[in-house]
Design a protein around this ligand. Structure first.
Ligand code: BJ8
Length: 422
């Protein structure tokens, strides 16, 4: 992972402290990813994205900023990135998945909240994330209590707008949400000083639909048994989807898909067909959270699906491209976003159906439901999910964890026992 202290200086980062980060990431990446056997050759591009995560991609963000384009940070797949892309800007997912920034956050925030919220907040407070430093503003949302209350504090460090996400999906909720989407567009357009219109939004919708379609294609291919790609590599690509340039990303995902097509034809796989196949569901795994996938795949199984926001929830739905007016585009965009089945909604039965559907499609043999510590909505929804799985004889295990390495041994024991039983 490359370094660029000059660039980091320009971003107002804590350079002495951050300087150790690339080496740490290199080591983790080498152990977890580069040590895998028989990886597809086209993973080289995604390895490069990690190598340049704190340098090359940041230069691109700065170039966009210098050209007066908006660079917006988000924390949730409910924030419509099409609006940012329409304005010629860059939308980056900022969710934190690292243990290293938690201590910074705990100087301000209470300890007993979700590690993802703490990690992200800590990155900003500690000035140890170039993405956080580069954004014009952050767009938060009112999905869960931990996030919505943290935005009030985050606003003291970086301008933070908040989108009100309703918690139900009735007609009146949709109307509220559409209004919020319009407000978001106004905030983004303010940076460029011009109002994006129908044509720009059309193009942006096509671009982001293409990204989602490419990921759908990839996910379908990885469902093949034996798996042509590891779950860890798939998760990595799903994470990179949140910060890469969309057109380039699409091209590279398709190139990888072509290779996987070929591998499937030739019977080349990352593990034999008899390898136990696990589907993961639940809370998102933000970069560089590879903990559970690494545990599962070093315990003799392969992960074949992520029902997660860094996973299928991000790409399962597309926006209808046939709108003829800007108003209609915004409505259809809102409709697409309302299909996301996050546990912060009530009721949320469509998510249970979706999990079961993905279980069938992926050819998984068991589900491990992953819940970040203190995430009440996913934790409680796991009760229903377990019941639905039990009724259908689907092996199911719920795991609650954070980013610390302390519970790895214990989790590994549980995961191994689960794999043995399927
Ligand atoms: S649409 S899953 S990205 S809110 S931060 S809710 S883990 S306690 S991330 Fe999410 Fe949007 Fe929903 Fe997806 Fe729980 Fe943690 Fe809250 Fe979290």
């Amino acid at each position: 992972v490359k370094s660029d202290p000059q660039l980091w200086e320009r971003l107002g980062m804590d350079v002495p402290r951050f300087s150790g980060m690339p080496a740490m990431l290199t080591q983790a990446y080498t152990n977890i990813f580069l040590s895998q056997k028989n990886r597809p050759a086209k993973m080289a591009y995604f390895d490069g994205m990690v190598e340049n995560i704190h340098t090359g991609r940041i230069h691109e963000l700065m170039a966009a900023k210098d050209a007066g384009k908006p660079v917006i940070g988000t924390f949730c797949v409910y924030i419509p990135e099409e609006v940012v892309v329409a304005a010629g800007g860059v939308c980056v997912g900022l969710c934190g998945g690292a243990q290293g920034s938690i201590a910074d956050a705990e100087k301000v925030l209470p300890r007993n909240i979700c590690p993802m919220v703490k990690s992200a907040f800590g990155f900003k407070v500690g000035k140890i994330c170039p993405y956080f430093q580069a954004v014009d503003f952050v767009y938060g949302e009112t999905t869960c209590d931990a996030k919505k209350k943290t935005w009030e504090l985050l606003d003291e460090y970086v301008p933070t707008h908040v989108m009100e996400i309703p918690q139900m999906k009735r007609e009146k909720d949709k109307a509220l949400w559409l209004d919020e989407v319009k407000d978001f567009k106004v905030a983004v357009d303010k940076i460029t000083g011009t109002e994006t219109g129908f044509d720009e939004l059309s193009q942006a919708i096509v671009t982001i639909n293409a990204k989602r379609k490419a990921l759908q294609r990839l996910n379908k291919l990885r469902h093949h048994n034996p798996s042509p790609i590891s779950g860890k590599d798939m998760l990595l690509i799903e994470q990179i989807a949140f910060y890469d340039e969309p057109n380039r990303f699409v091209e590279q995902v398709h190139a990888l898909c072509d290779e996987l097509d070929e591998r499937i034809k030739q019977g080349i796989a990352v593990a034999p067909a008899s390898t136990p196949r696990i589907m993961v569901s639940g809370t998102p795994m933000a970069l560089p959270n590879w903990k559970l996938h690494n545990i599962i795949e070093t315990s003799g199984a392969v992960v074949v699906n992520e029902e997660s926001c860094i996973g299928t929830r991000y790409y399962k739905d597309l926006i209808d491209e046939s709108s003829t007016t800007l108003e209609q585009q915004l409505e259809r965009l809102t409709e697409r976003y309302m299909k996301i089945d996050c546990s912060c909604f009530t009721p949320n039965t469509e998510r249970i159906d979706q999990v079961l559907k993905e279980y069938e499609e992926s050819g998984a043999q068991g589900i491990i439901d992953y819940c970040l510590q203190f995430c009440h909505t996913y934790n409680i929804e796991a009760v229903k999910l377990r019941k639905a799985c039990e009724e259908r004889g689907i092996p199911f295990m719920a795991i609650e964890s954070d980013y610390s390495p302390d519970d790895v041994g214990q989790l590994k024991t549980r995961v191994e026992a689960f794999i043995e039983q399927i």
